[in-house]
Design a protein around this ligand. Structure first.
Ligand code: SF4
Length: 247
């Protein structure tokens, strides 16, 4: 039985990884290859990770219960959480039974994400590009699976935050803004609760130094976006009644 998780980082964070104060576990390994990834040390499961039994993690989380103020709890992020979906779903079920608020952050591009979607109280999903071919070529992600997973969550009427990392030379401009908005329109039509939020994350290079330290080359250039590029997407989303939040 799968009774352990590989983790490359853990610690508390307030509000950016779900509601309130949260204990955040970064699970090792990712199926995608985004060239701007700020956690290159977490992309391969075998590197930089430590193996913990589910009971070790469960006990640690329970011992931190007092710290989960402002509706906080525990968040599992990555890498990509769905690569360890079987073990993680067992842990999340136990945490729910113990009254802990649970959240995942996912790239949503694996079929296995569907094991986690109905279990968590809050879900954060990336939606990096509405262009199927470009997404595949640049990140290795499968747009159809991403859309299916996001729709599955929406159909459950449970809270969902969709994050768009806005990146020059990748997903900016009018056409992309319209395609992002069109997808949100589809989602709002499918949902009764309307608890679907969008957040625009602008390109940064916070992880760039890590590449040097790991002897990897950082291959993405000119990704920074202007305020005009941000405003274009923002106004297109607002025009379509998308609820934009900033965490
Ligand atoms: S999906 Fe996230 S963790 Fe995976 S490579 Fe892309 S940015 Fe990095």
């Amino acid at each position: 039985m799968d009774d352990s998780l590989f983790v490359f980082q853990k610690g508390f964070n307030f509000s950016q990884d779900g509601p309130g104060n949260r204990l955040v576990y970064h699970l090792s390994g990712c199926n995608m290859i985004c060239p701007w990834c700020s956690n290159p040390e977490g992309m391969k499961k075998e590197d930089y990770s430590q193996k913990y039994s589910l009971s070790e993690i469960f006990d640690e989380i329970i011992s931190c219960k007092m710290m989960f103020f402002d509706n906080g709890g525990v968040t599992f992020t990555g890498g990509e959480v769905s690569l360890q979906a079987t073990a993680l779903s067992r842990l999340i079920k136990n945490l729910k039974d113990a009254g802990i608020h649970t959240c995942i952050e996912t790239n949503a591009s694996l079929k296995d994400t569907e094991k986690l979607i109905p279990l968590v109280d809050y879900m954060i999903a990336d939606f990096k590009s509405p262009d199927k071919e470009l997404l595949k070529a640049v990140t290795g992600g499968n747009l159809e699976i991403i859309k299916q997973n996001i729709i599955k969550r929406v159909e459950l009427n449970k809270p969902l935050l969709i994050r768009i990392p806005l990146i020059n030379n990748f997903n900016t401009g009018q056409k992309n803004a319209e395609l992002f908005s069109e997808f949100f329109r589809t989602l709002y039509k499918k949902s009764e609760s309307k608890e679907i939020y969008a957040e625009i994350l602008t390109y940064h290079e916070f992880g760039k130094d890590k590449y040097k330290n790991l002897n990897l080359s950082y291959s993405f250039n000119d990704g920074f976006v202007s305020s005009e590029q941000v405003n274009l997407l923002k106004s297109e989303l607002l025009k379509n009644d998308v609820k934009i939040i900033k965490t």
